[in-house]
Design a protein around this ligand. Structure first.
Ligand code: ATP
Ligand code: MG
Length: 465
């Protein structure tokens, strides 16, 4: 960048200096031409006043007076026979007749350059007829050496100036970059030092220049997100290990006990049934983990078909009826909605998880209410509400996290692993929907909102139960 700035400064200054030089040259040429012609006019006025033959002395006297106020001028006045009427000392201007295109400069305002004896002159010439009809030609030249010298010096001076200006620009740009880069370099060092063990580090906003504050805020936010994901990932790994270890320990212990003494066939059968239960639980956990891993990698691809949500709930109620009856729990379905598009198996699984949770947390004789509603032509809202203990507000944001259980001891008693709601959330999100939870003394409510995506049949279904 400094070189680019320097290059353009150089071009700009060079163009400027060229313009200054040319302007000065034009101005001095115009001045010379004006001076030459004004002297020619004055001399011709004198010749018309004093007859060159009769009053030659007075004429010469006046010409000398005219020339006295002009420096570096050469004059030569000749008649038609080339007899010199007057000539200043120095180079003979009559020589220009042969060298220059005499006729082209004889007209007024025209001049020519004449180089003679290492000097340069600007030459003008003019023919003049006296009253008696005699023709005189005036040659006049002004020396240009000082002008050329001045322009050359000006040129050298400007080049030196350009060189210095470019150096200063280069230095200034480098200095600016260094000053502005300094905090960035510091940030780079800090960023380089961040690793998986220091993801909790945040760059203090007050130590960075104002213009970088939004960048640092974004970076700190990114660190927060990374820390969260990293933390979740490492908890997840620990939880999986724990989840696998418990049933395997159970299996090992049971096997060891079974092997310690001789057993009857029915006792071995009992042990094997117990093993089968553990294996099934283990297999279910692994399937769930794989399902969540698929969801994480955005590999959940719902196989879309039209789903009649009301019908699905009705079927689910039949399925859970038996368990619900154990606690004398009533299941109620209200509302109606369009058919929605979704993956039947996935939606079924999500609803099943939510209902099994609801039944588990509803006290004896309670009523679970499912409300299905069409919010608008494009959206369906499903609320599953169950009475029971209010969930503390601090748990609510984590309820959909994997392996999150409010009551840890519950799991030790061989109940839920804490991934049911995580699976529900993955399914809902795979259908571009949302799920939220609210809880108060009256009930705990899970609200799912699904887009219908494509309305194929605009038919409303009435509640059956
Ligand atoms: N309807 C509900 N009422 C009250 N608490 C609930 C309800 N649903 C879930 N919870 C709480 O949320 C936690 C997480 O639920 P989740 O379904 O993810 O796990 P789980 O039921 O414990 O185990 P899993 O579903 O894996 O067998 C539960 O441990 C429970 O404390
Ligand atoms: Mg559950």
């Amino acid at each position: 960048m400094p070189l680019i700035v320097c290059f353009f400064t150089c071009i700009l200054l060079y163009g400027l200096s060229h313009f200054i030089e040319r302007s000065f040259e034009k101005y001095s040429v115009a001045q010379n031409i004006a001076e030459l012609h004004s002297v020619i006019e004055s001399i011709e006025r004198e010749i018309s006043y004093y007859d060159p033959q009769e009053d030659r002395e007075n004429l010469i006297q006046n010409i000398l007076l005219i020339l006295a106020s002009h420096n570096r001028l050469l004059v030569c006045i000749v008649d038609e026979q080339n007899n010199i009427l007057y000539k200043t000392r120095g180079p003979n201007l009559l020589l220009t007749r042969n060298k220059l295109n005499y006729h082209s400069i004889i007209s007024k305002q025209k001049t020519a350059i004449w180089n003679y004896n290492h000097h340069s002159y600007r030459v003008a010439a003019s023919d003049f007829l006296t009253l008696k009809g005699k023709k005189y030609t005036t040659f006049i030249a002004i020396e240009r050496d000082y002008q050329i010298e001045f322009i050359n010096r000006l040129h050298d001076g400007l080049i030196l100036l350009i060189f210095i200006a470019c150096l200063l620009t280069l230095f200034g740009t480098l200095l600016t970059i260094y000053i502005t880069q300094k905090p960035i370099n510091r940030l780079i060092k800090i960023i380089e030092s961040v690793n998986s063990k220091s993801l909790n580090y945040r760059i203090p906003i007050n130590t960075v220049p104002v213009k970088y504050i939004s960048l640092i805020k974004a970076f700190n936010n990114m660190l927060s997100r990374m820390e969260f994901v990293f933390q979740r990932q490492s908890n997840f790994t620990a939880d999986i290990a724990h989840e696998m270890r418990t049933p395997i320990t159970n299996l090992t212990t049971q096997t060891q006990i079974a092997l310690n003494n001789a057993r009857t066939t029915s006792e071995y059968k009992e042990v094997l049934y117990s093993h089968l239960e553990e294996f099934e639980r283990l297999s279910q956990t692994i399937t769930d983990m794989l399902f969540l891993a698929h969801a994480d990698n955005k590999l959940l691809k719902p196989e879309l078909s039209d789903i009649d949500i009301v019908k699905m709930f009705t079927a689910m109620f039949d399925y859970f009826e038996f368990i619900a009856e154990e606690k004398n729990i009533k299941l109620e379905l209200k509302g109606h909605c369009h058919l929605m598009q979704g993956d039947k198996l996935m939606i079924n699984r999500a609803i099943g998880n939510l209902l099994s949770n609801a039944i588990e947390h509803t006290p004896i004789d309670g009523t679970i209410t499912v409300n299905v509603n069409q919010i608008n032509q494009k959206t369906i809202k499903i609320v599953i509400a169950n009475p029971g203990k209010e969930i503390n507000k601090k748990h609510l944001p984590h309820l959909f996290d994997r392996f999150y259980r409010i009551d840890e001891s519950r799991h030790r008693n061989g109940q839920g692993a804490g991934i049911g709601l995580a699976i529900v959330k993955s399914i809902v999100e795979a259908h571009n929907g949302t799920i939220t939870v609210e809880s108060d003394k009256a009930s705990t409510r899970f609200t799912m909102i699904f887009p219908i995506s494509q309305i194929k049949i605009s038919k409303f279904y009435q509640t059956k139960k």
